[in-house]
Design a protein around this ligand. Structure first.
Ligand SMILES: Cc1ncc(COP(=O)(O)O)c(C=O)c1O
Length: 408
């Protein structure tokens, strides 16, 4: 297994060469990542050379359409699904609302849906609103101490009325990685579909959604080094079953069925840059020469290994402090490098103190009000959140640890 060449990685992100950002270490990646060069190049090319209505016969338009198609084809291959099982919408939250509307039409009063109190509001609120239609909304609850979801609890909540189970691949404040395949198998055995919010997981290596098994998998490209788009994998069986949410004449095209609005052409085209970036990393580190999903798996493992090595010392530095409560597990191998700390004081003020030490971080509830309340954290005080990705360097971690030592 090769180790990540951090200098090569950082050379792919113009933000690291940007003079105005020098000396500042970025630790709000769970809010949105820096954008990689291939994405920026594609976006610039689209806006300068192809900014016309796509899919018409003239050259600029034909190329525009081809680049949009390329993005779906290549990203679907990375994710291990068919090309038409991937679609783009404005954001994960907006995508979830569209999906919830489809379920609203498909479900019958008395049917049930399971949501968690571990999710970001995006994969929670839109589904909970189905209660207005007589849908029985059941809450799969976390352990208030650890923040973990126990699959055995889910098993006890399932019956023949449950049509859908919604849960996160990992929460944006708790960070623990949930066993998606195991949970999906439990839900499927009871006849329910699953919808997984992968927003907090995908930045740490694109998963093979086909292998993982969920029916719906959502993530946000602006957190995976890409443009501001929500990516939706909707597997064919459920995509064809749910009612069409697009113009009636587009209902036969799977990738159009859950994107009612006109898409953002340039950003969809630029999304192919995320696949370019996976390819660049794979080739630079002598990964497999073929198979998009295999190459993505190699890059996923490279990223994870680097992140876990950097994360453990951060967790060790905060886990036993009297004035700090680390939210979620202190075992780096079981979580994403998204570290929320409850401090018994206004977290945003502490984030501002960190700024004086060149650390870009945030404090607040991060739209994870329900998980914080379930863990008895006052959302008004919020949590300090420091989150990083594979492009974070050891030097930046050292800078963070020094700054935390001073401000906590
Ligand atoms: C875990 C999680 N899910 C969903 C969302 C919402 O994503 P979007 O901003 O694309 O609607 C976020 C955004 O922070 C998130 O962290």
């Amino acid at each position: 297994m090769s180790t990540l060449d951090i200098n090569f990685v950082r050379s792919q992100f113009p933000a690291f060469q940007e003079p105005s950002l020098q000396g500042q270490a970025f630790f709000e990646n769970a809010g949105g990542s820096y954008t990689c060069k291939p994405v920026l190049d594609r976006l610039t090319r689209f806006y300068t050379q192809r900014k016309v209505q796509p899919y018409a016969p003239y050259q600029a338009s034909r190329l525009a359409g081809e680049e949009m198609d390329e993005a779906r084809t290549r990203m679907a291959a990375v994710l291990g699904v068919d090309t038409d099982e991937l679609s783009f919408g404005p954001s994960t939250t907006q995508n979830t609302y569209v999906l919830a509307q489809a379920f609203r039409q498909w479900m019958q009063p008395g049917d049930a849906i399971i949501v968690t109190n571990q999710d970001h509001e995006a994969n929670s609120g839109p589904w909970r609103r189905l209660a207005e239609e007589g849908i029985d909304v059941r809450e799969w609850q976390i352990d208030p101490q650890t923040g973990s979801l126990n699959p055995l609890d889910l098993e006890n909540m399932l019956d023949e009325k449950v049509r859908l189970v919604c849960f996160p691949h990992c929460s944006n404040v708790i960070g623990e990685i949930n066993p998606v395949t195991e949970i999906t198998a439990i839900a499927h055995a009871a006849g329910a579909f699953v919808c997984v919010d992968g927003v907090s997981y995908a930045p740490h290596g694109f998963p093979n959604v086909g292998k993982l098994g969920p029916d719906i998998y959502l993530f946000s490209a602006y957190k995976t080094y890409g443009p501001h788009q929500g990516c939706m994998v909707i597997r064919r069986a459920i995509g064809e079953l749910l009612p069409n949410q697009a113009h009636y004449f587009n209902g036969d095209v799977l990738h159009k069925r859950f994107t009612p609005a006109g898409p953002d052409h340039a950003q969809i085209a630029a999304s192919a840059g995320m696949a370019d970036y996976v390819d660049l990393l794979c080739d630079h580190h002598n990964g497999p020469g073929s198979g998009a999903a295999a190459r993505a798996a190699f890059v996923h493992d490279l990223m994870r290994t680097h992140e876990v090595a950097l994360l453990q010392p951060v967790l060790d530095a905060v886990k036993d402090r009297n004035n700090v409560r680390l939210i979620g597990t202190s075992d780096a191998t079981r979580r994403a490098p998204t570290v929320a700390l409850s401090l018994n004081t206004d977290a945003e003020a502490v984030a501002a103190d960190l700024n004086d030490h060149g650390i870009m971080a945030g404090g607040g509830d991060f739209y994870a009000v329900r998980p914080l309340q379930a863990m008895r954290v006052d959302p008004e005080q919020g949590v300090l959140r420091v989150s990083f990705t594979h492009y974070t360097s050891q030097q930046e971690i050292d800078q963070l640890l020094g700054a935390l030592e001073t401000v906590l």
